[in-house]
Ligand binder design. Sequence first.
Ligand SMILES: [Zn+2]
Ligand SMILES: [Zn+2]
Length: 299
Amino acid sequence: MNKRCLTTGGKLWQQGHLKSALCSYRMAGLVEKGGELYEAVWDPVYADDRATALETVEALRAIYASRDNFTYRGPGRKYFLSGIAECSDCHEPSPANPEGSTCDSDPLSCGQQHKTFTRKTINGTPYYVCYQCSRGRSAKNLDAFVTGHVLRLLNSSAFRAALSDRAQQEQSHRPNFAGQIAALRARQQEAKAQMKNLASYPGLDPALLAQAITSFDTEIARLQREAGAVASTGLLDRLAGISEADWEELDVAIRSEALKMLYRVIVYRTAKRGPGFDASAIKMVRNKGPRSLAQLPPA
Ligand SMILES: [Zn+2]
Ligand SMILES: [Zn+2]
């Protein structure tokens, strides 16, 4: 990397710089202000659209987090549930509904992306708020409720037994993703070279060749996803059996990453008024996630 270019500050790249740059939301064409992400004027680097590029950034963060034993302290996330807890009634804006829309079926089956909550301080008290319907929940109560669920799961004996079973199985036949990806890239390069120089390969069908080049991309993307999934399930292995005190010590980005692997959090309308917390209006749904996680027992 140092042979290619310097950092924008003109310094040599160091391991940490490179990691923060790769994990930066700027790579997804986004800027972060006060814990929230906004569209930047530049295009995303990792994909044509921001949503896909953002997935890559989050996957990289997960990979670094699990590989570095939680030492990654990236900029970005400040709050446990912002951008994660979903409003049961509101849909995220989409091309068909740029203003967002109301869910008239069930958030578990409607198939649309539901609006996520944003953290906001109102009269000195922190809340998570849905900006579409203005529903809010005390951040302290919601954080505590969700944390309790996650810690119960991470400490349950069934969950821990399933994790260690799976770790043993994986140990014996963990695929060599990096080697497979490198081999595919080499074959793709070869196909691209042939494409440029078709005249020298009279027997080759250009349409077929173009299709092959695209299918290499698809296959490389699949392998990268699987490699990311293996790396991120390593995070759960390290978190199994964690105490509440140790959990609270973790960087919030790590806690949120672990939560996203395990649960979807949906906040329903509550009839309850005044102080107190209506736990019955919160649904925590176990994520199916990658195949290796689906085998784990539910909470
Ligand atoms: Zn819906
Ligand atoms: Zn809402």
